[in-house]
Design a protein around this ligand. Structure first.
Ligand SMILES: Nc1ncnc2c1ncn2[C@@H]1O[C@H](COP(=O)(O)OP(=O)(O)OP(=O)(O)O)[C@@H](O)[C@H]1O
Ligand SMILES: [Mg+2]
Length: 491
């Protein structure tokens, strides 16, 4: 592993002060155990609770009191150059005495060529020390290490239970792949949970794995996770979208990039309210067979005043760690007002960041954005090349309406064959899918208790509904006119 080689080189070069920001102390120790196998040095660990302890072999000797000054004194006076892993030592550096002693060690005044390693979750140093320090990023475990963790936990379980763990090898490989992006302790904790749940590792563990991973990575709190998404069977009238997704599925999921075809990046679903945009976004995730992560764009602004951009950055970075996935930005116009307005600056920068991220991201994150109102969308977003395609989800045609009736009747345990579907379709001209569903729901309430829903009751319910396309004819017409020639029909 090149990371270890780098550390070894740094120690051999007698780099005096290293800073490693991590909570994974065990990993730091493991790394340095490898380092001292190459560069023979005594390895020490310091914690406030245990003080200085030698790790490479048990050394008899006078124990040093754990307090900061005594510790630094002992390090300064040690004749043999050593490596000192100082866990959570950095708070003491604020004190004059500690700062001075540490500088003397680092600058080799009356001291051997030690390497002091400050380890902590977040380490801020006074300027004079920062200038002398080298910050070393500790990379996350790779596939091989993660597979090792899984094997280790499996063996431990088998020893404890005295029987074989049932392992579906294909699922185990998928699990390991999905642990990428996690620290070793987090990965270990999740694997243990999956194994101890049911004494098996199989496909049934995947939803639990993704949910656990999501909980760990969703630091911004702006992402919502859905493993079981809708499928295209749950939505009528988006045949083009479905075919589009099917054609790209293999390339999207392929482990290696296709030599000819660009990986699909994302689509914008534009359309009339209640015609199934949100449902289609879920079906796209189902079509690709990956989890759906929803980014709450509307609350991006209210939730963290002044931190909008930072949180967007974090949310997008988290989504990459969850790849492959579909990132769904519902009602994107709500977060990207095109007009100047009070927060014009922020929403400009948010848009800029989003567009750059969309163009440059390497991870398998497929973006599905949905919008009702096109005039509120900034022109940059609609420009060719941003999205692979802009689909227009229109009011359903007659045939599709019949299908929607059938779907929702069936969902409520009613037999569509008992209804005259073409007549229902004819009576619901201008209705959206949501309005058709609503009519069925209200008709069910109109049925006297104990009775069955019939054609006449359903027709009556339809007659009482004034669809949005009638109430807001101008808006709907304007949207349709705009979509003409600019968008691909979803149906
Ligand atoms: N084409 C359709 N096929 C089946 N059901 C549909 C269809 N369109 C809408 N529905 C029903 O209406 C509900 C609402 O649809 P959905 O939320 O997907 O619409 P939308 O276009 O996202 O609306 P909005 O613009 O209000 O967000 C769906 O959950 C579904 O039950
Ligand atoms: Mg919606």
């Amino acid at each position: 592993m090149s990371e270890l080689e780098d550390l070894t080189t740094l120690v051999r070069a007698a780099t005096p002060l290293l800073v490693i920001e991590t909570v994974d102390e065990q990993r730091v120790i493991e790394c340095f155990r490898h380092v001292i196998a190459q560069a023979l040095r005594p390895l020490w660990r310091w914690t406030l609770t245990d003080g200085l302890q030698r790790l490479d072999f048990a050394a008899a000797g006078d124990a040093v009191a754990p307090d900061a000054t005594a510790t630094l004194d002992a390090i300064r006076d040690a004749a043999e150059p050593g490596i000192y892993l100082m866990f959570d030592f950095h708070p003491f550096v604020r004190y004059a005495m500690s700062l001075r002693l540490l500088r003397e060690i680092v600058q080799r005044q009356r001291s051997a060529a030690h390497t002091v390693v400050l380890v902590g979750a977040k380490i801020e140093l006074p300027e004079e020390l920062e200038a002398l320090a080298l910050r070393v990023p500790l990379s996350l475990p790779d596939i091989k290490e993660l597979a090792g963790i899984l094997r280790g936990e499996a063996v431990a379980w088998q020893r404890e239970h005295n029987r074989r763990l049932e392992v579906d090898n294909e699922a185990a490989r998928t699990i390991v792949r999905n642990l990428l992006g996690l620290s070793a302790p987090d990965a270990r904790r999740i694997v243990r949970k999956l194994i101890y749940n049911d004494g098996a590792l199989g496909t049934a563990d995947l939803p639990v794995l993704m949910q656990s991973k999501f909980d760990l990575l969703n630091r911004s709190g702006l992402l919502h996770y859905e493993y079981a998404t809708a499928s295209f069977a749950d939505i009528a009238g988006v045949a083009q979208v479905r075919a589009w997704v099917q054609r790209r599925r293999a390339v999207f999921l392929a482990a290696a990039p296709d030599p000819v075809l660009d990986p699909p990046k994302g689509v914008l679903l534009l359309g009339v309210q209640g015609c199934g945009k949100s449902l289609a976004a879920k079906a796209i995730a189902g079509g690709f067979g990956v989890p759906l992560v929803r980014l709450d764009f509307g609350t991006l602004y209210d939730k963290y005043q002044g931190e909008t951009e930072k949180n967007l950055r974090e949310a997008l970075a988290s989504s990459e760690l969850l790849a492959p996935c579909v990132l769904w930005i519902d009602e994107i116009e709500k977060g990207l007002a095109s007009g100047g307005g009070e927060d014009g600056g922020v929403s400009r920068r948010v848009l800029g960041y989003l567009l750059t991220w969309m163009a440059e991201r390497k991870a398998k994150v497929f973006v599905v954005a949905t919008a009702n109102a096109v005039h509120e969308l900034p022109a940059e977003l609609l420009r060719k090349g941003r999205f692979d395609e802009i689909f227009f989800v229109d009011l359903p045609r007659g045939e599709v309406r019949a299908e929607i009736f059938a779907m929702h009747l069936k969902r409520r345990k009613l037999d569509p064959a008992a209804f005259d579907l073409p007549a229902l379709a004819a009576a619901s001209e201008g209705f959206s899918g949501a309005e058709i569903e609503q009519a069925i729901v209200s008709a069910l309430y109109d049925v006297a208790s104990g009775g069955e829903l019939d054609q006449a009751t359903l027709l009556a319910a339809l007659g009482q509904t004034r669809p949005l396309s009638v109430l807001m004819r101008e808006q709907v017409d304007a949207l349709r006119a705009w979509a003409q020639g600019r968008c691909v029909a979803a149906d």
